[in-house]
Design a protein around this ligand. Structure first.
Ligand code: SAH
Length: 324
């Protein structure tokens, strides 16, 4: 039994069944605080870890937005849940070469991942979005929202986790509706900040364009799906992001939004094919690797359609490029 499972069982014995939100929050806090989960030796691989092209396209989109806003010198780069800091390093390389000299603010709760992010030049860390400085932000969050906890409801009753037959078990099954106050709160905090201080944000994640029903809670370990209640704290728990809710939350806060777009289309509009060709020309020995990465990031049978992107921006700022 994992240390976290022991703690959760004690809690259930004392207080009764716990919500999916409580379970997911406890599992992910423990999981990210105790490991670097990325890459082939870890549990899963994210887009910035597949290829430098991903972060470069994001850097190009943010730099272009900043320059069309008049290149305000007080604007800062910000990122939510930066993982190993790979996306930030790749994006900032492009942004620096476009003349952006702003500060770098990372929102990260994991001490182990903060250590990995020390490779990002000039980075400063914050516990929460509310601690970000009151200036225009060029913000990105890749696979951040999916890790924030959700609630599940079955026939109008909140689904809980209990101890049954010696193991953790759901107290009910059936057609499921998912809500995530934690995600709405994060999007609202970013949107409020952009409305007040200016700037633009990109949220990239796997999820759906329209709200729907269905249980999308999943656990991943060693690059395979695993039963969600197994080994609490030792596997990555996520669920699909409802981008219709993200869009509505940003609009309700007074921010402007781009159309919701699939990651593959968005990267193509930003010029990832040309970037792949340039990388292949300058590194002939890496042609196959660059082509494979391009396919993984953009193809329909890989990340191209499952992953979605939305831009959220101040009504006083231009919208980021790459959207229909
Ligand atoms: N963006 C990175 C990592 C995605 S994994 C990439 O694309 O590779 C999720 C990231 O969010 C990790 O860095 C994790 O530590 C961080 N995280 C999870 N919950 C968080 C929270 N509540 N506040 C801040 N960071 C959080």
């Amino acid at each position: 039994m994992t240390p976290l499972e022991r703690a959760l069982r004690e809690r259930i014995a004392a207080e009764g069944p716990i919500t999916v939100e409580t379970f997911m929050e406890a599992c992910n806090a423990y999981y990210y605080a105790t490991r670097d989960p990325f890459g082939t030796a870890g549990d899963f691989t994210t887009a910035p870890e597949i290829s430098q092209m991903f972060g470069e396209m994001i850097g190009a989109a943010l730099a272009d937005c900043w320059s069309r806003a008049g290149s305000p010198p007080e604007a800062a780069y910000a990122e939510l849940g930066p993982g190993r800091g790979t996306l930030a390093t790749d994006a900032l390389r492009v942004m620096r070469s476009a003349g952006f000299a702003g500060a770098v603010h990372l929102v990260e709760t994991s001490p182990i991942l903060r250590e990995a992010q020390e490779a990002v030049p000039g980075a400063r860390w914050h516990e929460s979005i509310d601690d970000l400085p009151g200036r225009p932000l060029l913000l990105v969050a890749n696979e951040f929202l999916d890790a924030l906890p959700i609630n599940q409801f079955v026939n109008g009753t909140e689904r809980r986790i209990t101890v049954a037959a010696g193991g953790l078990a759901f107290d009910r099954d059936g057609e499921t509706v998912e809500l995530s106050p934690a995600r709405e709160q994060a999007v609202r905090a970013v949107a409020n900040h952009l409305v007040k201080h200016g700037g633009a944000a990109l949220f990239i994640d796997y999820g759906h364009l329209r709200s729907g029903r269905g249980d999308t809670l999943q656990a991943v370990r060693g690059h395979r799906f695993a039963p969600v209640l197994a080994d609490p704290g030792e596997q990555d728990l996520t669920s699909h992001v409802d981008f219709e809710v993200v869009e509505r939350t940003a609009l309700e806060a007074g921010a402007a939004v781009t159309p919701l777009t699939k990651q593959g289309e968005w990267l193509k509009r930003l010029g990832i094919d040309a970037r792949a060709a340039a990388l292949s020309r300058s590194n002939p020995e890496r042609v196959d690797a660059v082509q494979a990465a391009l396919h993984r990031l953009t193809a329909r049978d890989a990340m191209g359609e499952l992953f979605k992107v939305i831009g959220i921006h101040s009504p006083d700022w231009p919208g980021p490029a790459g959207f229909a």
